[in-house]
Structures are given as C-alpha cells and as structure tokens.
Design a protein around this ligand. Structure first.
Ligand code: RFL
Ligand code: PHB
Length: 389
C-alpha cells in the first residue's frame, strides 16, 4: 500500500486533515484503532470557534452544522449574587457555535466514506518507521489480523494524547511541559431543554459548575469534583442538587431531566515540542492538552491541521519546505496562547479551597464584569484568535 500522507487516528484532527488534503488533490489513508461506532459516540467538546465553523463549511462538511448548530453570541459569568453576560459581537465582532464533537466526527466520517480516501477502523499495532528519511512507513495490523505496511511521503500523528506518535518525536529530543490540576469535572448529559440561553460559567464556594448544551432538548452540565472522585458516589439526585446550588440565582430555576451519561474527567495542561520529527508531524491532542474550561481543545486541533494541510500541500505539490519547516513554531505560538487562556479560565473559576485564592478569583471576575478591556480580552480568546498569531 502507498499513499502521500499516512494519518494515524480518526479524531477530528486526522479526519479533517484528510479532508483538507483531498480538496487540494493530495491522497491520504487514515488508520484508526477503534471502531466507527466507538469513535462516533465519544462525547467530548461542544463549542466551535468561528474559525472552526468557517473551516468546516469551506471543507464541504458544514451543511448539518449550519442547520443544527446553535450560534451563541456570548456567555454568562456567574459568581454569588451576579450573573453577568458577555456579548461577544459587541466586544470582538465574533460568535461561537454549539455543535457536539460527536456530530463533527460523524459528518467528517460520512464525507470520508462517501468517496473519500481510505479510512480503516479497528487496526492495531500502528508503528511509524523511518521518519527521518524521505520514505517513511507505517506498519500495522488490519481489522482481519493481517500485517500491512503503508508507504508514505509524510506521516501525520493525529492519534490523540495516548497515541504512538508523540513518543517517536520525543525519542530524539524535545521538551514537554505539564500541569495537572487538583480537581476534575463530573460531566453529565441530560434529556432536558437547557435552562439558559447562553452557557453559564459559575464560580461557587462549593466549586465550579458549567451549564452547556447540545441541542434545544439536550443539556450538558459539569461540576467541579476532586480528581479521585468516584462516579458511584454521585446519584442523579445528588448531581442535580449540586448543580442547582452552584447555579442558584433569584428568579431562575434549573430544569432537571433524565441523565443519560455521566463520567469524571481529569484536567491537565500539556505541551510537547517540537511538533515534528523529520517526516512525522503531530497535530491536535497528540501534541497538547488543555483543560476544557476555555473550550479550546477541538478548536486547537482544527487550527493545527489547517496550518499542516497547507504546509503539506506546498511540500508535496511544489516541493517547497518553507511551510513544513515553520509549522511547529507557528502551531506552538497558538498552542501557548490557548494554553494560557485555558489555564487562566480554569484558575479563575475553580475553588482551590484557599480563601486568599477565592478573593483573587472574585476580584478577577468582578474586573471582567466591569471593564470592557478585561471583557474583550476574554471574548477575543474565547471566540478564537487569528490562525497565525
Ligand atoms: P482525539 O479526538 O483524541 O482523536 C485521536 C484519535 O486517534 C485514535 N488513536 C489511534 N489510532 C490508531 N492507532 C493508535 N495507536 C491510536 N491511538 C489513538 C483514537 O482512537 C482517536 O480516534 O484527538 P484530536 O483529533 O486531536 O481531537 C482533539 C479533541 O478531541 C479534544 O481536544 C477535545 O475533545 C477537547 N475538548 C474540548 N475542546 C473544545 O474545543 N471545546 C470544548 O468545548 C471541549 N470540551 C473537550 C471538552 C474534551 C473533553 N474530554 C473528554 C477530554 C470536554 C471534554 C469533557
Ligand atoms: C461542552 O459543551 O462540552 C463544553 C462547553 C464549554 C466548555 C467545555 C465543554 O468550556
């Protein structure tokens, strides 16, 4: 087997990269170790920046997003006694969209299987080989248990945080930065209409809470919990009570409904540099993780592959190396901006248990609520900064 770009991982990064390359006449093969149904059901991100939406539409996979996605013009920032609305269009001229990562993934898989390049599910033992030369290869075992080799011009490591690509890059030197946070999120999906027009990010003495949504009839809600919290300790009643307490505001009620999914998610910041070794390029969660408070992970993955796709097109059609050579630095500039923003939102909104921290957080929240400059800084970062910073 031979292709121009061998892509490891069918998450949003790998699937979108394959799509962008196809549109530029570059062929690729995507190798995914999970099943299609598993990949399509994995509940994750919900907020798309304007740039992400524009990219998906331009890539021809935005029809359902435009029909079913919910455009949001702001967020509510809450702290005791106050629910302050940030209006993004007036602050920075941009908006964001609520459209689940599951739906983005389904749309991309559908486009891929509908005449797009090969997408192989349930492969195993994927191994990048000879990445320092001009003829890298991917060895793997296909779904029938047959050993295969895919010869490539370039390999894209879009295999997420637990993938095999990052260790290959780090093997020859590089650097990793990491921060784990002393809290986690308990996330639930519930069959109930959202009780709010815009997402609510709430600071509360009991801990952070976030009211998000997936559709006019499905809510997505999160509670700050301890990182070692056992999901068994959280009955549906306890979850709804916790949420009602943390979102409480005079004259407003949290509607409840059946919880269809619940899980505890760790929070971490992680950056690995460089995002390249020879002919192996990393993109998305394979190279970096942000805590979800800034809603940046999926958007960063999209920004990475947008840069990478144009760099690979230049390399493979014009034989020019300028964009692949600058890819890692350009991608990392944005990664660090989003890493800072996600850390800042996380630090501002989660209870550490320390009363000094709490006063600093409340002071920062009041500042965002009262200063247009402070609000604009949040709005510009949340809705997404330009591709090249
Ligand atoms: P993914 O989605 O992890 O996809 C990687 C794919 O690679 C496959 N894979 C392999 N395939 C073959 N061989 C191997 N050895 C392989 N190892 C792994 C995996 O099965 C998978 O299919 O990475 P990608 O494409 O970089 O996409 C990144 C995003 O998924 C992630 O950043 C976001 O979900 C983060 N995130 C959010 N991002 C946002 O922009 N906005 C949000 O509102 C938001 N909310 C969230 C989030 C992440 C969350 N969790 C669960 C971590 C909320 C949550 C709760
Ligand atoms: C979500 O809807 O899953 C979501 C929204 C905003 C965030 C994180 C997650 O900051």
């Amino acid at each position: 087997m031979r292709t121009q770009v061998g892509i490891i991982g069918a998450g949003p990064a790998g699937l979108l990269l394959s799509r962008l390359l196809t549109l530029q006449g570059i062929d690729s093969v995507v190798l995914e170790n999970r099943s299609r149904s598993y990949v399509e059901a994995r509940i994750r991100a919900g907020i798309l920046e304007q740039h992400t939406v524009d990219t998906l539409i331009a890539a021809g996979v935005g029809d359902r997003l435009q029909r079913e996605g919910l455009e949001h013009s702001g967020i509510h920032l809450q702290y005791p006694g106050t629910r302050h609305t940030l209006d993004f269009p007036s602050l920075c001229g941009r908006t964001v969209w609520v459209y689940g990562q599951t739906e983005v993934t389904k749309d991309l898989i559908k486009a891929q299987l509908d005449g797009g390049p090969p997408l192989l599910f349930e492969v195993s033992d994927v191994t990048p080989l000879d990445v320092d030369g001009d003829a890298p290869r991917l060895s793997f075992t296909d779904a029938d248990g047959v050993a295969q080799v895919l010869e490539c011009d370039v390999i894209a490591g879009t295999d997420g945080f637990h993938g095999v690509s990052r260790p290959v890059v780090q093997e020859v030197g590089g650097r990793v930065w990491e921060r784990t946070y002393p809290y986690a999120w308990l996330g639930v999906l519930a069959d109930v209409a959202p009780s709010t027009d815009e997402l609510i990010y709430a600071w509360h003495p009991d801990g952070f809470a976030l009211h998000s949504m997936r559709s006019p009839s499905v809510s997505r809600l999160y509670l700050q919990v301890a990182p070692d919290e056992k999901i068994e300790n959280w009955s549906d009643d306890r979850i709804w009570e916790g949420l009602a307490t943390r979102f409480a505001l005079d004259g407003w009620t949290l509607e409840t409904g059946p919880i269809t999914e619940k899980s505890v998610l760790p929070m971490r910041s992680f950056v690995s540099a460089p995002m390249r070794r020879g002919r192996l390029f990393l993109a998305g969660d394979a190279a970096h993780i942000v805590p979800p408070t800034g809603a940046k992970g999926l958007n960063l993955a999209v920004a990475d592959v947008t840069l990478l796709a144009s760099a690979l097109v230049r390399l493979l059609t014009e034989r020019r190396t300028d964009l692949v050579d600058s890819y890692s630095d350009r991608a990392l500039a944005r990664v660090w901006r989003c890493t800072h923003f996600s850390w800042w939102m996380t630090s501002m909104l989660h209870r550490s248990g320390d009363d000094f921290d709490a006063e600093l957080q409340l002071s920062q929240l009041r500042r965002v609520a009262s200063s247009e400059a402070a609000a604009r800084e949040l709005a510009e970062n949340y809705t997404g900064l330009p591709l090249d910073l």
